[in-house]
Design a protein around this ligand. Structure first.
Ligand code: HEM
Length: 141
């Protein structure tokens, strides 16, 4: 992750941050419409879940400059996701849904560069989470 990419992530996120609730609403609406099979993994009442998504996004973007601080919390988050029934193939689905919604909301401020910056940022997060999931599988024997 180079400096310029981090700056693009931060400024595009700042653009959408005042609309964080709308981002969360649209993300889950799209996810559950296009991937109905994932709905049952989540609680019926989604208001708390929505805040968590936004809170974790803010955390990730704020800490990209000091990525090592993210490592352990993300490993542990990946381990908790095993308990939620999350499989490795779900990560690209969540990534693509999230990035598509960000692009729709940002409108003309969005471009191919931001699309690829955000996809690689989410891939980075997912890779650390999956590392945690894998450690758990190994520890289980
Ligand atoms: C980009 C990667 C992801 C991030 C940053 C993320 C973030 C979070 C956060 C912060 C929570 C709150 C609970 C906790 O911290 O353990 C959570 C819960 C959850 N996530 Fe994720 N998540 C990601 C990927 C996924 C994927 C791919 C799935 C599978 C479809 C998923 C399904 C869930 C479920 C089912 C819950 C628990 C809901 C509940 O019972 O309250 N997440 N996620």
């Amino acid at each position: 992750m180079d400096q310029e990419q981090i700056e693009r992530l931060e400024s595009s996120f700042n653009l959408l941050a005042p609309r964080a609730q709308e981002l969360a609403d649209r993300f889950y609406a799209k996810l559950f419409t296009e991937h109905r099979e994932l709905r049952s993994m989540f609680p019926r009442e989604m208001s708390q879940q929505k805040q968590k998504l936004v809170a974790s996004l803010v955390l990730v973007v704020k800490n990209f400059r000091t990525a090592e601080k993210l490592h352990q919390p993300l490993v542990e988050m990946g381990q908790r996701h095993v308990g939620y029934g999350t499989e490795p193939e779900h990560y690209p689905v969540v990534r693509d849904t999230l990035v598509a919604v960000m692009g729709e909301m940002a409108g003309e401020a969005w471009n191919e560069q931001l699309d690829s910056d955000w996809k690689s940022a989410v891939d980075f997060v997912a890779s650390v989470m999956l590392e945690g999931a894998k450690q758990l599988a190994t520890a289980d024997g």
